[in-house]
Design a protein around this ligand. Structure first.
Ligand code: GLC
Length: 440
């Protein structure tokens, strides 16, 4: 028996050695991102008065451009406390944040020298509100992501404006477009040199082609400034990872790395009338779905124009944080779990694939089943609770290579209020059978 345990331990150890080679892209571009799992997205701009949606309100003609822009007079940032923002992000368990340095409405949060449409120059806040936040993120050792909208519907040389009208066509006036590009690339360059972000998060690439945006030049500029800065997938094919939005993927997105960006209610920015918040369980289960398929969740909040964060959003981040803390080892630094068909629910694996984590709905009790598991299970435990669980292998025929079904009984009293995580320690890296039974 002791020999068996020793062998089991050794095999995991050896694989760990190998795995650390396998995963020795630790220094590689995407490593921090794929380990990070959770990011907090922040939409903050003149729309944070709560009266309109971000930028789209005037583009879709729910309000005049002038009426929309007048909100800038209410952007006071009076109670803005970037240290508190970052504390909350830290509490949530997120490892990075992405903030809207400029949305499609063209209002920059930093003191851009490229034009005058910025919070420091044109709002009562009268100061750069981006820099203090970035500084706090650095202090807290969180990665810095800057959202930047390529679209700028307020810039006089940008062709697009309202949904049914544009200022000009690029073919008719390439010079005017070049002058916009100069402005846009100039702002990106400011962001790069002033903030050296870990992540550039573009938006709005759908309005023009890669050639028109000169996406290759933008990419080169970023990588020249810092080869380690990663780029989201909205730069017309020049990004590093996929960015599904709001809609939860059922199958894995195309690129190896991906991130679902999602609102806590139905609005990106603070919107007074929107009380349709997701519950902590809904957000946590969506998060589990993402990490199970090798993705991240970028969860959005929308602070108010005075800098306070709505209580509902604070509550959600807090609850997430409690759950993340309890289940940390099943989340951060893990890899995607079992392919579909082996377990009814999300799963993750330790990097050496020797530990399998099963995510169950909080109120689930009774038997859960793992199908097609070739491994011997050395230990099962309820994560964050420590209770050891028994298992039974059903339907294993001694002369067949087809594994039996693993039944694990989940007793009363071990459930988490949101999602319970079961830690299954395997004898060696996970090995799966996915045949058709019988002699196959
Ligand atoms: C969309 C919207 C925008 C929002 C973004 C977040 O692309 O244009 O309003 O900021 O999604 O991903």
């Amino acid at each position: 028996m002791r020999k068996l345990i020793l062998l089991t331990l050794m095999s995991c150890f050896l694989v760990q050695g190998k795995a650390s080679n396998l995963y020795n892209d630790e220094d590689s571009l995407m490593q921090w991102f794929s380990d990070a799992k959770l990011g907090v997205f922040i939409h903050w701009g003149i729309y944070s008065t709560g009266k309109t949606s971000e930028s789209w309100a005037f583009h879709n003609k729910q309000i005049s451009h002038q009426g929309y822009m007048a909100q800038i007079n209410e952007f006071t940032a009076q109670k803005y406390n970037p240290e508190q923002w970052v504390d909350l992000i830290k509490i949530s368990g997120a490892r990075y944040a992405v903030i809207t340095s400029k949305h499609h409405d063209g209002v920059a949060l930093w003191n851009t020298k490229m034009n005058k449409l910025s919070i420091p120059k044109a709002s009562p806040a009268k100061r750069d509100v981006l820099s203090p936040f970035v500084n706090e993120l650095h202090k807290a050792d969180l990665k810095v992501g800057l959202y930047y909208s390529l679209i700028d519907w307020s810039y006089p040389d940008y062709p697009g404006f309202l949904n049914d009208s544009s200022r000009y066509k690029i073919q008719d006036n390439p010079k005017r477009w070049n002058s916009f590009n100069k402005f846009c690339h100039g702002q990106i360059s400011e962001l790069l040199t002033q903030y050296n972000p870990d992540l550039m998060w573009f938006d709005g690439d759908w309005e023009h082609s890669a050639e028109e945006w000169q996406a290759d030049k933008i990419q080169q500029m970023i990588k020249k400034n810092n080869p380690k800065t990663i780029i989201n997938g909205r730069l017309k094919g020049f990004g590093d990872y996929d960015t599904p939005e709001q809609n939860i993927p059922v199958s894995r997105p195309n690129l190896k790395n991906w991130e679902l960006c999602m609102t806590t209610n139905e609005s990106w920015g603070y919107y007074i009338g929107d009380k349709n918040y997701k519950t902590p369980y809904e957000i946590i289960s969506i998060f589990a779905e993402c990490i199970s398929m090798g993705g991240n969740l970028l969860l959005d909040i929308g602070p108010r124009a005075d800098g306070t964060i709505p209580e509902e959003q604070v509550f959600l981040l807090f609850e997430m944080g409690q759950w993340n803390k309890k289940h940390e080892e099943a989340i951060f630094g893990t890899i995607s779990g079992l392919p579909l068909g082996h377990f009814y629910g999300p799963t993750t694996l330790s990097k050496d694939s020797c530990i399998l984590y099963l995510f169950l709905q909080g109120n689930q009790r009774g038997n859960i089943i793992i199908k097609g598991l070739n491994n011997i299970i050395s230990k099962i435990e309820v994560l964050g609770n420590g209770q050891q669980l028994e298992h039974k292998v059903v339907g294993k025929i001694s002369w067949s290579h087809v594994p039996g079904l693993v039944y694990i009984d989940i007793p009363e009293g071990v459930q988490d209020k949101y999602m319970t995580v079961i830690k299954v320690v395997l004898d060696k890296p996970v090995s799966l059978y996915n045949g058709k039974g019988g002699f196959d």
